[in-house]
Design a protein around this ligand. Structure first.
Ligand SMILES: Nc1ncnc2c1ncn2[C@@H]1O[C@H](COP(=O)(O)OP(=O)(O)O)[C@@H](O)[C@H]1O
Ligand SMILES: [Mg+2]
Length: 289
């Protein structure tokens, strides 16, 4: 991987987290508006490879989806012409905010497919459309926190995902898409549940380890709690997080390293950073855009 790609990827992840935070805040009281879409889109793409492609701006040109380097005639899908986009988004908005009797999981499945079909931006439609699934489920109270990440499933089954979107258009086959979508919800829910259980077991195991090794007393338990909210730390983070001075924070880190709870990652003499390895291994399974 060339370094610029690397930087780009880091930026994309940071933007994604910012977009998630801001989107959850904005959609907690107002579910959908074109302004919200634009705002989140601009956070998502700013300063990345896609950043040249007009962050936050609804497209005014024709786009298409197809193999890279292809043209409109070879495209698998040509989204609606730009002059139709505002009207289609307005329709989608009224569908989203209408209080009908469609169960929320079905409704967001329909909304996602329609959003991808409208393809209102030049780039970033996939990421934004998937973020919106989380916003919707949180707003409807189906998720208390944004822990269910359907993107992993959609990525693992990318071909099938695209195929179903395509079949809606060609054959009007909404049912197959919805079945595929709901299977995904079930699959990632099960994984999220298993991960949550694993985190609880990990916490119990580590508390046990601390007690058995007679390690660090109350501050060690407090550090463990802190690590579950901040799994990458410096000694300074620990000292401010636990409100203790530098030396005892350093001693705690030393103990946690010996017990293999923390691992230093910089290899430097100063400004060391420590990873809460077992926990990160669990939570990284749930990430992905
Ligand atoms: N045949 C299709 N019809 C409609 N949408 C599609 C189709 N194939 C792919 N997509 C959607 O388009 C997204 C890619 O569009 P793009 O704007 O490049 O988004 P991103 O940059 O976030 O990947 C895919 O992730 C998928 O959601
Ligand atoms: Mg793209």
């Amino acid at each position: 991987m060339v370094p610029t790609d690397d930087i780009n990827e880091v930026k994309e992840v940071i933007n994604y987290i910012r977009a998630m935070d801001e989107g959850l805040k904005r959609t907690s009281h107002e579910l959908f508006s074109v302004e919200i879409l634009q705002e989140i889109h601009s956070i998502l793409l700013k300063g990345t490879r896609s950043g040249k492609k007009e962050p936050g701006k609804i497209r005014t040109v024709q786009n298409w989806i197809g193999p890279s380097g292809s043209n409109r005639h070879l495209a698998t899908f040509v989204p609606p012409p730009p002059e139709k986009v505002p009207e289609l988004l307005a329709d989608l908005e009224s569908f989203i905010v209408t209080d009908d009797r469609i169960p929320p999981l079905i409704k967001i499945g329909l909304v996602h497919a329609q959003f991808e079909t409208i393809h209102p931006f030049i780039d970033g439609n996939g990421r934004l459309g998937r973020l919106f699934i989380t916003f919707y489920l949180c707003q409807k109270g189906i998720l208390a926190r944004p822990i269910l990440n359907l993107s992993i499933y959609l990525k693992q089954h990318r071909e099938e995902y695209y195929h179903h979107l395509q079949k809606i258009r060609i054959e009007g086959d909404w049912e197959s898409w919805l079945k595929f979508f709901l299977r995904g919800i079930i699959e990632v829910s099960k994984e999220a549940l298993a991960n949550a259980r694993e985190i609880i077991v990990l916490k119990e195991r580590l508390l046990d380890t601390l007690v058995k090794n007679n390690a660090g007393g109350l501050n060690a338990v407090r550090l463990l709690d802190l690590l579950f909210t901040k799994p990458i730390v410096t000694v300074a983070d620990i000292s401010s997080g636990l409100d203790i001075s530098h030396q005892p924070a350093y001693d705690l880190v030393d103990q946690f390293e010996k017990l293999e709870i923390l691992r230093e990652i910089t290899g430097k003499k100063r400004y060391k950073k420590y990873l809460f390895v077992d926990y990160l291994r669990i939570i990284e399974r749930g990430t992905g855009q």
